[in-house]
Design a protein around this ligand. Structure first.
Ligand SMILES: NC(=O)c1ccc[n+]([C@@H]2O[C@H](COP(=O)([O-])OP(=O)(O)OC[C@H]3O[C@@H](n4cnc5c(N)ncnc54)[C@H](O)[C@@H]3O)[C@@H](O)[C@H]2O)c1
Length: 252
C-alpha cells in the first residue's frame, strides 16, 4: 500500500482510529476526516509519531461543502485519492428509543450523517479515482442491518446502515469498469474506548457473545485486517460484497 492515499472518516476514536492506524502501518498516507478537530489532530499526531504520514482535516461528512473542501485539501496535499473508508457515523452519541418516540430530527440526523455522508464522500473522491482508474471504497455498515436484534430500539441507526448496503451494491455496479471496487464491512457489537453502560455490557455478554461462533467480545483490531485487505491490490476482483466480521454470528 506504499504511497496510496487513504481518506478515513470519523477517525477521532473507535474503529476509525484503528483503521487509520492500520492503513498507515501498511504504508498509506492517511487523511483523518473527523468532525472533532482535537480528536482528529490527536490521531494524526499518533500516526506521525509512529513514523507514518497523516493529515487531519476537520470535516463534517453530513455537509457536502465541508466534504468537498476536505477532498480538495487532500488532493492539494497528496497526489491523488486511492482509498475511502466511510466510517463516520452517529453511533456512540445516538439515543436508543422505541420507534414511536423517534423525532423527525432523530431520524433525519442518523440518515444524513450515516448514509448521506457516505454518499457525499464517495461522490467527492470518485473523479480522482476515475482519473487513476484505481480506487477502493469501503463502507462501514453493521450486521444489525441484516439481522436487527429483537428490542434494539435503534430503527434510525439500523436503517442508515442498511442504506449503506444499497449504496455499496449500486456504486459497485456503476464504478467497476473504472477499476474502482466498493465493498462494505459489517462489524458486530464492537468494544471501543467509548464507555458503555453496565446494562449494555451485560446485554452483550448475555445476548450477543453466546450467538457468536467465536464467543468473545469483538474489539476494533478484529476489523482492521478486513479493511486492509479490501483496500489492497489483492482484493481487486472483489466488489459489491458485504463482509460480516462479527465472530460468526450464526444467523448471517
Ligand atoms: N462499535 C460497534 O459496535 C459497531 C458495530 C457495527 C458497525 N459499526 C460502525 O463502525 C463505524 C465506527 O463505529 P465506532 O464504534 O467507532 O463509532 P463512534 O461513535 O465511536 O465513532 C464515530 C466517529 O465519527 C465521528 N463523527 C460523527 N459524526 C461525524 C460527522 N458528521 N462528520 C465526521 N465525523 C463524524 C465521531 O466524532 C467519532 O469520532 C460506524 O460507522 C458504525 O456505525 C460499529
Amino acid at each position: 500500500m506504499n504511497g496510496r492515499v487513504a481518506i478515513v472518516t470519523g477517525t477521532g476514536q473507535g474503529l476509525g482510529r484503528a483503521f487509520a492506524k492500520g492503513l498507515a502501518a501498511k504504508g498509506a498516507k492517511v487523511v483523518i476526516a473527523e468532525i472533532n478537530e482535537a480528536a482528529g489532530t490527536a490521531v494524526a499526531d499518533e500516526i506521525t509519531a509512529d513514523g507514518g504520514d497523516a493529515l487531519a482535516i476537520a470535516t463534517d461528512v453530513a455537509n457536502s461543502e465541508s466534504v468537498n473542501n476536505m477532498v480538495e485539501q487532500a488532493l492539494c496535499a497528496f497526489s491523488g485519492i486511492d482509498i475511502l473508508v466511510n466510517n463516520a457515523a452517529l453511533l456512540s452519541k445516538l439515543e436508543r428509543k422505541p420507534m414511536i418516540e423517534l423525532t423527525d430530527d432523530d431520524w433525519g440526523d442518523a440518515l444524513q450523517v450515516n448514509a448521506t455522508g457516505a454518499f457525499y464522500c464517495a461522490r467527492a473522491v470518485v473523479p480522482a479515482m476515475q482519473k487513476a482508474q484505481w480506487g477502493r471504497i469501503i463502507n462501514l455498515s453493521s450486521d444489525t442491518a441484516i439481522f436487527p436484534p429483537i428490542g434494539a430500539t435503534f430503527a434510525h441507526y439500523i436503517t442508515s446502515k442498511a442504506a449503506l448496503i444499497g449504496l455499496t451494491r449500486a456504486l459497485a455496479r456503476e464504478l467497476g469498469s473504472d477499476g474502482i471496487t466498493v465493498n462494505a464491512v459489517m462489524p458486530g457489537a464492537t468494544e471501543t474506548e467509548v464507555n458503555r453502560s453496565a446494562a449494555r455490557r451485560e446485554h452483550q455478554m448475555v445476548h450477543v457473545v453466546p450467538l457468536q461462533s467465536i464467543p468473545r467480545v469483538e474489539v476494533p483490531e478484529d476489523l482492521v485486517g478486513a479493511v486492509q485487505f479490501l483496500a489492497s491490490d489483492d482484493a481487486s476482483f472483489i466488489t459489491g460484497q458485504c463482509l460480516p466480521v462479527n465472530g460468526g454470528i450464526a444467523f448471517i
